[in-house]
Design a protein around this ligand. Structure first.
Ligand code: ATP
Ligand code: MG
Length: 342
């Protein structure tokens, strides 16, 4: 296990993660079961705390208070035992200066995955043993990729969301070169891999998953957030098999509900976003409902309905040109068609 020393301020961090990672043994954090047990216990405790202490605080929070309250919520989340946690949560919320995070506070575990810009590691907060996922983004890569706004938006939006099917962002910190996102650990990895392994999901499972995604979307839309990039690659699976919507890089606040920017992945985009004739028309939360229909199709069939060459995908989306195989139940077919035309 890595023993990165703690205590230094972020700007003076003496533990570049590359050095830390190179020392990691194969079994980074004891056994998988131990993790599972820990996270299970903590997530229950955290959930009740968020509900009873943090959520009401968050609801009252405005403007810059959001960030400090997000930190408070992590402080709560990181509390150790179930009996002491109530008292500690109250103490933490009352603290005049919120907890500031830095790399030395975390024990770094095995790599969980690599994205276009980020690397994600299993991590554990030293003081409390709270298990999380630490996403590391390099500032120069963010600048080169011109995604500064996207990252800022992802942090701002995701840290204010509280829903069992939305991956929590507990907080963030940075040093001279990197930005670190403290994320909820999704113990069962990517949904995409589960789908590949299964070929397609049975109706009962697809129904459960779609209900979870619909619930997450209802919550998002209620908060006037449009996700705009819902696809199996960006959905993670929690320890209890529950879905966790993640990757809010393309999401936007939609106070007016009127957006013109093109974004997301072609396969999941609705006609109003791919059809040049309709492009000048604004779109709203409904774009996520279209993606929900595409997702439902993909869960039941094993591939997205408009998978083709990019030009053909665009044409087929605009025309709504899809064939639903006969093994899909008539009820599911009906729902896919209704969601797509809503
Ligand atoms: P992109 O940068 O193209 O959006 P991505 O969404 O896959 O790609 P990341 O969010 O950086 O990129 O995640 C990389 C991988 O790490 C994921 O595909 C997933 O396998 C794993 N991962 C990310 N976050 C977590 C998490 N909270 N819990 C468990 N695994 C995670
Ligand atoms: Mg992603």
């Amino acid at each position: 296990m890595i023993q990165a020393k703690g205590g230094q301020a972020p700007s003076q961090a003496r533990h570049p993660l590359s050095v830390v990672m190179s020392q990691i043994p194969d079994a980074a954090f004891e056994t998988e079961e131990q993790h599972v047990g820990e996270v299970k216990q903590q997530s229950t405790v955290v959930a009740s705390h968020v509900a009873s202490h943090v959520a009401p605080q968050m609801a009252r929070a405005k403007g810059s208070q959001h960030l400090s309250l997000a930190r408070h919520s992590l402080s709560v989340a990181l509390s150790a035992t179930s009996n002491a946690i109530e008292e500690r949560a109250v103490q933490l919320i009352k603290q005049p200066v919120p907890k500031i995070f830095h790399l030395g506070m975390f024990e770094i575990g095995r790599p969980l995955g690599k994205g276009k810009f980020g690397r994600v590691y299993l991590a554990r907060e030293r003081e409390t043993g709270f298990v999380c996922a630490l996403k590391v983004l390099h500032k120069d890569e963010i600048q080169q990729g011109k995604i500064e706004k996207q990252v800022a938006r992802e942090i701002e939006i995701q840290s204010n969301l509280r829903h069992p099917n939305i991956l929590r962002l507990y907080g963030h910190f940075h040093d001279r070169k990197r930005i670190f996102l403290i994320l909820e650990y999704a113990g069962k990895g990517e949904l995409y891999k589960h789908l590949q392994k299964a070929d397609r999901f049975p109706g009962w499972k697809a129904a459960q998953y779609i209900a979870q995604m619909a619930s997450a979307l209802r919550y998002l839309h209620h908060k006037h957030v449009i996700h705009r990039d819902i696809k199996p690659e960006d959905i993670l699976v929690g320890l209890h098999g529950e879905l966790k919507m993640s990757d809010f890089g393309w999401s936007v606040h939609a106070p007016s509900g009127r957006r013109l920017t093109k974004c997301g992945t072609l396969d999941y985009l609705p006609p109003e976003m791919v059809d040049p004739k309709r492009c000048e028309k604004p779109y709203d939360e409904k774009v996520d409902l279209w993606s929900l229909g595409v997702l439902m199709y993909e869960f039941l069939v094993g591939q997205a309905p408009f998978e083709d060459t990019p030009v053909m995908t665009q044409r087929r989306i605009a025309k709504g040109d899809m064939t639903i195989p006969s093994f899909v139940s008539s009820e599911a077919k009906d729902l896919i068609r209704k969601v797509s035309s809503s």
